[in-house]
Design a protein around this ligand. Structure first.
Ligand SMILES: Nc1ncnc2c1ncn2[C@@H]1O[C@H](COP(=O)(O)OP(=O)(O)O)[C@@H](O)[C@H]1O
Ligand SMILES: [Mg+2]
Length: 225
């Protein structure tokens, strides 16, 4: 049976240290193509933990992650890295741009790492930056950009290798409310146009209300809202 599932988290539990409480306790979540899911929950509830596990940056204590039909439970670290590079885009609360590189180069670099030619990588970087409203900032360095503009570059970088799944961890959490909405609306438009799946952790209920699905983490359990 063909499946539209981009990511399936199956019975995920996470305990950082033996005898600690479980941050996640038998959490299951499937996100399909073109689906935009909000992950809500108070600070410390496990949103980042869930996104790191979904992004193969950390291993669960128990459970399985299936990405585009591939079960990642027993794959090597190298396979995880290559799956992450080709299938997953990550946007963090802090932009983590490389300061000594231009906006264009920051978006081209993940493509070069994936083996794309320099010309193709630069062309795609221009198109992504233009699409997110930075057509006049190609050659600017991060220090020359506003907070919202830096986050836009970080979004373009996350989309650089045309991922199947976008994970955003309070990506607009450091921006003023008006800028946050504008950046977020652009992010949503691009995600919806490309048909990728997205999981977005946010404190912002106004933003969450615009998404297809809302989930709340509380005391280790995931609730559908
Ligand atoms: N690397 C870690 N080692 C130990 N405990 C951690 C680690 N990362 C997060 N935690 C704990 O896990 C819980 C959930 O944290 P986190 O996933 O960052 O929550 P959120 O993103 O919702 O604020 C918190 O109690 C936090 O202290
Ligand atoms: Mg967090």
């Amino acid at each position: 049976m063909p499946s539209n599932s981009v990511i399936s988290l199956r019975h995920i539990s996470k305990q950082y240290h033996k005898n600690d409480i479980f941050v996640l306790n038998d959490v299951s979540l499937t996100v399909e193509k073109a689906e935009f899911a909000a992950l809500l929950g108070p600070s410390g509830s496990g949103k980042s933990t869930l996104l790191h596990i979904a992004g193969l940056l950390d291993d669960p204590t128990d459970g399985e992650i299936v990405i585009s039909g591939k079960n990642t439970k027993n794959i090597s670290d190298n396979e995880k890295t290559s799956l992450r590079l080709s299938k997953i885009g990550f946007v963090y609360q802090y932009h983590h741009l490389l300061q000594e590189f231009s906006a264009l180069e920051n978006v081209a670099i993940p493509q070069l790492i994936a083996g794309i030619s320099k010309k193709c990588a630069m062309d795609r970087a221009k198109s992504l930056l233009a699409d997110i409203g930075l057509e006049d900032k190609f050659n600017s360095f991060p220090s020359e950009l506003s907070g919202g503009q830096k986050q836009r570059v970080a979004i373009a970088r996350a989309l650089a290798n045309d991922p199947a799944l976008l994970l955003a961890d309070e990506a607009t959490g450091n921006l003023d409310p008006e800028t946050a909405i504008l950046v977020f609306e652009d992010l949503m438009r691009i995600v919806q146009n490309t048909g990728m799946a997205a999981i977005v952790a946010t404190h912002n209920y106004e933003l969450a209300a615009k998404m297809d699905r809302r989930y709340l983490i509380s005391e280790g359990t995931l609730f559908k809202k």
